[in-house]
Design a binder for this molecule. Sequence first.
Ligand SMILES: [Zn+2]
Ligand SMILES: [Zn+2]
Length: 194
Amino acid sequence: MSSQSSIRWFDDFVGVAYRYYDLRMNVVPLFTDRKKASALWHDIIHWWLDSSIKIRFVEIDDEYWFILGSDSQRPESNLSFFKILPKSENYERFKNGHGGEAYLRLGVYVTKFRKNVKKDELCNCGHAAEDHDKDDNDLCLYEECMCKKFSTFQVTILKRKKTITDIVFLEEKDVKNDPLAWNCLNINKYSKFN
Ligand SMILES: [Zn+2]
Ligand SMILES: [Zn+2]
């Protein structure tokens, strides 16, 4: 029996952050619920062997597939992660700067509104909180700006970490030669469109 056939894929997270933190690039799958992130770490990632953790990035046009998996000391409950994401500046920075090694951590992604932040904190529109009108539903005061309400997001990176040394960027045509990426696309892409 091939162990590949038993991979269970999980994509119920909101994205991936790439941060320079603790002297190394960090790959940070993001969750909106801290309890859920902690439970996944405790139940799944904690049992991974660092030396067998793999990350694959498969670029398809303006998007990429984030694929993360590992052998586990508890294979019966193991999960592998994937997410289809738009290419971003941070992604490109990671691609060019990881140097073959990264930390894996989980993160919690929280949206904050004007009343929760200091006045100089920036909105997603690029303007500070104090440039939003608190008497008008937190509308941005810059005339050219389309922002109707202050909001910003904050990422909290959880402490526990694993070291990843198996990081590969692939094009779709090369996926067949990579068992983990092939399994992911085969199950989550190719076999869905028939
Ligand atoms: Zn604005
Ligand atoms: Zn704004």
